[in-house]
Design a protein around this ligand. Structure first.
Ligand code: KG4
Ligand code: ZN
Length: 365
């Protein structure tokens, strides 16, 4: 049987999302609820709150996704859910819901790896966006989010080599920890991006670029976090006061251009971006592939997008960065990975359980 469309659900972390996706990657609808407000007072994601909110939001979101696609549940050919990796309680909510729907409708379902969803997101399209018509496998995929930083060679569906991965913090985690440390709040990546763009000088502070020289393409961001902490601690009292005053202005939305705060953010951001762009370049050099993809929440970063684009033009690489709605966690990317697999004859059984940790692809080293 050929699956023309699927209902997909993504609940691996703190976003609740449902989508209807076709076998061509056309997103008929995607509806998501962010839980940022619920986790804000805690300065990070609280797993128990995340799963409780998923139970609250998921069914209305599924109804809304069907409604926006103009479909009834019975018109869906199959079901897809993120089954790994992620927070166990969060994954469970999506998995149990999709298993129940599949059982009730008597249709197949498949559990997919969240990272596979991110890596195939460049193929998604809708009424407003389509990837370049000549974009295809194979390509270099850099998946950068709050939980992952991995460089892949994507050869075909299910044929992925891991060229490198983070050995400590993920890039998004580094942004979030830095933002929390300096008082910008949660979730920090987007705030660092915004403040840096307010005239911040990228070389005002020196931060290390951790690039292993052991022949691997791994990443490490914990040293950068420590360096930022030391920089904060070594600020002169007058600078500390200035930073505090600027934070207050930022919260009140009247931070002027070119502040110490924006210099700090821009310098930190540049250190992360330098490493990411360099690794992209190394992935291309190693494989000879002239096609690259940025995906995951951190690929929303405006400086990274600009720098990666510059690099791509200079080196003659076709760079595809999906629109932000398909870079951050969403069910459309999960649906697309799932429908491709269903159409290859794969499906999951009702025994499938969630896996909090699930490596994707062949580790070369
Ligand atoms: O892919 P995603 O939505 O969820 C995970 O799977 O983790 O990524 C979320 C991460 C967070 O760490 C967030 O701070 C980061 O993406 N992020 C950004 C930006 N927007 C989101 N980091 C830097 N700049 C941004 N504009
Ligand atoms: Zn993600």
């Amino acid at each position: 049987m050929q699956f023309k469309n699927v209902l997909a659900v993504e609940t691996s972390c703190d976003d609740t999302s449902a989508a209807i996706v076709t076998a061509e990657g056309f997103v008929r609808s995607v509806v998501s609820a962010s839980q940022v407000q619920a986790h804000l007072p805690f300065g990070g994601i609280v797993p128990e709150i995340a799963s409780r909110n998923h139970t609250h939001y998921l069914l209305p979101i599924i109804d809304e996704a069907l409604k926006q696609a103009g479909m009834k549940l019975s018109e869906v050919d199959g079901f897809v859910v993120t089954s790994a990796p992620g927070l166990i309680g969060s994954l469970l909510v999506g998995l149990v819901s999709i298993k129940s729907l599949a059982l009730a409708e008597g249709k197949p379902f498949i559990g997919v790896n969240h990272l596979e969803g991110h890596l195939l997101a460049p193929f998604l399209k809708d009424d407003k966006y389509a990837p370049p018509t000549d974009f295809t496998y194979p390509y270099i995929g850099l998946a950068i989010s709050g939980g992952h930083t991995s460089l892949y060679e994507i050869r075909a569906l299910g044929d992925y080599d891991v060229l490198g991965h983070t050995i400590d913090d993920a890039a998004g985690e580094a942004f979030d920890k830095f933002a929390k440390m300096i008082g910008l709040g949660f979730p920090g990546g987007v705030f660092v991006d915004q403040v840096a763009a307010m005239g911040g000088k990228v070389n005002a502070f020196h931060f290390p670029r951790a690039l292993s020289r052991d022949g691997t393409y791994n990443f490490s961001f914990s040293g950068l976090k420590t360096a930022a902490q030391r920089t904060v601690e070594s600020l002169a009292p007058a600078q500390r006061e200035q930073l505090k005053a600027e934070l207050k202005m930022w919260r009140e939305k009247n931070l002027p251009q070119g502040s110490l705060l924006s210099d700090f953010c821009a310098s930190f951001q540049e250190a992360v971006v330098d490493v990411l762009v360099m690794r992209l370049g190394q992935g291309v050099a190693r494989t000879g592939l002239k096609r690259a993809v940025l995906t995951g929440g951190v690929s929303a970063n405006s400086r990274l997008r600009a720098r990666a684009q510059e690099w791509a033009v200079r080196d003659g690489v076709q760079l595809v960065v999906p629109p932000i709605r398909y870079c951050t966690d969403n069910a459309a990317m999960i649906g697309y990975a799932g429908i491709l697999r269903l159409n290859k004859g794969e499906f999951s059984s009702q025994d499938l359980g969630p896996s909090p940790k699930a490596p994707l692809g062949n580790h070369l080293r």
